[in-house]
Design a protein around this ligand. Structure first.
Ligand code: BGC
Length: 745
């Protein structure tokens, strides 16, 4: 008892001291910012609001300035993006150190899912529902990138995505707000570490604020028109979660929201973000999005664009040059106050102090550390671990998987078996001068796993696209010689990503026809589907005995796929986006409202389409395991809950199959009657648990008023008294346990 007290005392003292230190440090930084500000001319202040792309690689339509270096030396640039490597960043930082006030540059990069080591695309990782693994992936990425001169990543993308046609679904965490918020928090923590300025951390950026994922028709950059309630309830919570995790920056989105481009949207940036949420980081525009307001048509020229964006609360101009060219005149014309500019500059300088760049501008430019971190073998292990946790087992008739390591002859067929770089997916980073081609192909992964014990035959069969069947005969011939066939098909990696929307999201070309020919041999066929979005593959879904959906898994793809196929890892991932049965069903998501005339069953076509059921191919939360789980003993500690109370809900999960495994137990709620219509079901919690064969675990969830709340007609966040269905299951459809409780008073 005594020692516990001493321990508690110690914790209290250390918390007090550390919070005093943080306070003192904060104060110091604020004072330091003020003292730098007092020395700055208006030109130098505007310079801090200006971000340029380096000329090495471009992630947008670049403006080449011959005099970039001299602008930096004059203090006219606050940050560079697309500048990588300890030496190159050092060179540019040296230029900044020649400016009058020696204000260091920020170096930003899209470190979306890895730097040298590529992790699975974010949508894939989200299917792991494994917050620790996701945080680790961001941590490793930050460690590598920060060793390579970078101190700011444009990630995580926390846009909710309900339309699989939109190419950028690959960058997000899927369609669900609750899960998306948890993942947003974990990713920010992973990138930023415990406190700002740690040597192996990056500033993160919550993007794209806001509504970008709801682009009309899934067409990139398109308009978004949505109710304030939907914005607040569905699209903004992951941003709020990022803000709660102290994300250093936000990025405004390309789209117009209810008629006003986000970059010039005062309601979003000033009222909600900097007002209601009291956000004290800074906002960067998306690439040229200040200038693009002229094309949108809400401003007439660069002068008006700068006025609109600055007034709205956008602090830094990525690449458009409109702040640089117009802000000083706007101040002279008394359209923009110096205090508005000061606020933006302060926010940016504050981050530069937090990062420690004023103390050591070359802090992240250490070639030795770069060499060490970019060659750390543990990063590959982390990438492999996350990759296998991201693979979703969609079908497994007669336990075809896992394959035996004693299989005599395996035919590995398909256009995605041998390519390496495809596995990286979109938004990988090609680090100049560094071997970014480190990827274990699917072929190499199989050879690593069973190359010594099995004979592995190969045929490409066909291309990803086109209708050339010349390779079919060879593929069939190879299949006939094998005991089992593995077919790897899907999209090209650049068929999803920015500006990569598709109107028909089927498996391209004749790849499913190749499958048909292979199935005709009578051999068992395992299908691997590679993609950056949910695809439609009805033939495969109906006819292939086993399907794994691998998305794009990154550097360790081949090893991770082999781990799952041969049972060294029992798949546990579950879909975070609904898989439609036809592109015509999109947008399709699980937590929709009921209509007054919902379809009664699968064959009731009157109230959906006359030519298509409304039900998906695979629902949100779906994913199989090699083992089976039984759900039992649902227990609620009370049936009536007061708004200041907690409801404890427990259930027992038993591994009833033949393999150790992990289950993602999902808790859904349905508010039976609300003052506005409530979703048919909503994820409100989950737990991922590991169970050995025969093992049982009892898990407990807590439900409080927060989980029952929504935005009412007055846009107030309220929990209304009434009845709620509580459902626990293995997916949004596969509900195993159900009960009802009431919120009283
Ligand atoms: C994308 C952003 C990205 C930026 C910088 C834009 O085109 O929309 O997500 O961070 O480019 O590369």
């Amino acid at each position: 008892m005594k020692s516990i007290n001493r321990h508690v005392l110690y914790i209290i003292i250390s918390i007090t001291i550390s919070s005093q230190t943080t306070q003192a440090q904060k104060k110091t930084n604020e004072q330091r910012v003020d003292s730098v500000m007092s020395l700055m001319t208006l030109e130098e202040k505007v310079g801090q609001l200006n971000q340029y792309s380096d000329d090495l690689i471009a992630t947008g339509p670049i403006t080449i300035d011959a005099d970039k270096a001299s602008q930096i030396k004059k203090g006219q640039v606050g940050s560079l993006l697309n500048c990588m490597g300890s030496e190159r960043t050092r060179t540019w930082q040296k230029a900044a150190m020649q400016s009058r006030l020696k204000i260091p540059l920020l170096f930003a990069q899209d470190v979306i899912h890895g730097y040298k080591t590529t992790f699975p695309i974010p949508l894939a990782e989200s299917c792991s529902w494994d917050l620790k693994a996701i945080e680790l992936s961001a941590r490793v990425s930050a460690t590598e990138a920060s060793a390579s001169g970078i101190n700011w990543t444009f990630a995580p993308m926390v846009d909710i995505c309900r339309d699989a046609r939109w190419g950028r679904v690959m960058e997000g965490a899927g369609e669900d707000t609750y899960l998306g918020s948890k993942i947003a928090y974990a990713r920010v923590k992973g990138f930023q570490g415990d406190k700002p300025g740690e040597i192996n951390s990056l500033m993160a950026c919550a993007k794209h604020f806001a509504g970008y994922g709801a682009a009309l028709g899934g067409r990139d950059y398109n308009s978004v028109d949505m109710s304030e309630r939907q914005l607040l309830e569905i699209y903004l919570p992951p941003f709020k979660a990022a803000a709660n995790a102290h994300v250093a920056t936000f990025m405004s989105s390309f789209n117009d929201l209810n008629g006003l481009p986000s970059t010039g949207n005062r309601h979003l940036l000033r009222d909600i973000l900097k007002g209601n949420w009291k956000y004290d980081g800074f906002v960067v525009s998306d690439w040229s999005s200040i200038g693009e307001m002229i094309t949108h048509g809400n401003v007439k020229d660069g002068y008006e664009a700068a006025l609109c964006a600055m007034t709205a609360g956008c602090d830094m101009d990525m690449e458009s040059r409109n702040y640089k060219n117009n802000l000083i005149q706007l101040v002279k014309d008394k359209k923009v106050s110096v205090s508005l500019i000061d606020d933006a500059v302060k926010r940016i300088l504050h981050k530069k102090f937090e990062l420690g760049l004023f103390d050591d501008p070359y802090k992240f430019c250490n070639t030795e550390r770069e060499q060490k971190e970019l060659n750390d073998p543990t990063h590959a292990l982390a990438a492999r671990d996350v990759a296998k946790r991201s693979i979703v087992l969609l079908k497994n008739d007669n336990h075809l998987l896992p394959l035996s390591k004693n299989t005599k002859t395996i035919a590995f067929i398909g256009p995605l078996v041998k390519p390496k770089m495809q596995n990286k997916g979109f938004w990988d980073v090609e680090v100049p001068g560094i071997d970014s081609a480190y990827v274990v192909s699917q072929w190499e992964g199989l050879v690593n796993k069973v190359g010594k014990t099995s004979t592995i035959l190969y045929a490409k069969g066909c291309n990803i696209e086109g209708n050339n069947r010349d390779g079919f005969a060879e593929a069939v011939n190879v299949a006939k010689q094998a005991d089992v066939v593995i077919l790897s098909i899907g999209e090209r990696r650049d068929m999803s990503g920015e500006a990569k929307s598709r109107s028909i999201i089927e498996i391209p070309g004749i790849q499913e026809e190749l499958l048909k020919e292979l199935l005709a041999t009578g051999k068992p066929v395992v299908v691997i589907i590679n993609a950056g979005r949910p695809l439609v593959f009805n033939y495969t879904a109906k006819n292939a005995p086993a399907i794994i959906y691998t998305w794009w898994l990154g550097s360790e793809a081949g090893n991770a796929i082999a781990d799952v196929m041969f049972g060294d890892y029992n798949p546990s991932a579950k879909l975070t986006m609904t898989f439609p049965a036809s592109t015509g069903q999109v947008p399709l998501f699980y937590n929709h409202f009921n209509t007054g005339r919902p379809p009664k069953n699968d064959s009731d076509l009157r109230n959906s389409y006359i030519d298509l059921p409304i039900y998906p191919r695979y629902e949100f939360g779906y994913g199989l395991s090699y083992t089976s789980f039984q759900y039992s003993q649902l227990h609620l500690n009370k049936k009536k809950l007061k708004s200041n109370e907690q409801l404890e809900v427990s259930a027992t999960i038993t591994n009833t199959g033949n393999y150790d495994g992990e289950e993602i137990v999902q808790l859904y709620l349905h508010d039976l009657v609300g003052s506005i219509v409530r979703p048919v079901t909503e994820l409100k919690d989950f737990k991922k648990i590991a169970l050995k064969v025969g093992e049982s675990k009892t898990i407990t969830f807590s439900i409080d008023a927060e989980k029952l709340s929504f935005f009412n007609q007055e846009l107030k966040w309220v929990a209304e008294p009434g009845e709620f269905d509580i459902m626990i299951g293995a997916s949004s459809k596969d509900i195993q346990l159900k009960d009802r409780f009431e919120l009283v008073e």
